[in-house]
Design a protein around this ligand. Sequence first.
Ligand code: TYD
Length: 208
Amino acid sequence: MSGVFISFEGVDGVGKTTQVERLKRYIEELGREVVITREPGGTKLGVALRQLLLHGGDIAPRTEALLFAADRAQHVAEVIRPALTRGAVVISDRYIDSSLAYQAGGRELTQEEVRKLSLWATNDLLPERTYLLDMDPALSHNRLEHSEDRMESAGDGFQERTRREFLDLAKHEPSRFKVIDASKSIDEVWNQIRGDAESLLADWSCGL
Ligand code: TYD
């Protein structure tokens, strides 16, 4: 595979979508093909799964983990791998770390079982770079412009555990993760991402 795979992570309302759009524009200006996508819901099947996951009724923890993994398996097979094979830069708004932080951090499953499930679903595909947009969930939730979905309404304790879990994941994989203070202005956050993306993509061009 010759493309570059980048993911964005963070608790709800940290401003991932805005930064994903900026990064897309920046990379396109460098003359590269960029595919932006998201989880859950990056494929037609995924859109149906997203509806069930975010707006369905009660879902048992194992069912929830399996549905997110099923969404990811289809996403990798149908969108991400083909794009990477073409040499594109793929930017996904959420990926495996969301399952590790939300399903294992917030609910009752362990890291190990969720990681195994997700790596099996993706045939071990991990991003080259993950931007973790970090901020206090009590503040980021005030930024949400829509009514809360099933995950977002799980309560401050759940969101706070999720944030800690993301930070812990970043600590264990410092070469893949860049942690960015998302409480700063949109431009300040973007400047940090751009600085890092510049060197990431330069390394990648050298390897072509
Ligand atoms: P997102 O698309 O970021 O929500 P929105 O469009 O409302 O900003 O994510 C949907 C929710 O799904 C979010 O609360 C995080 C959760 N999620 C998981 O719990 N596990 C996962 O593996 C993924 C990808 C998302």
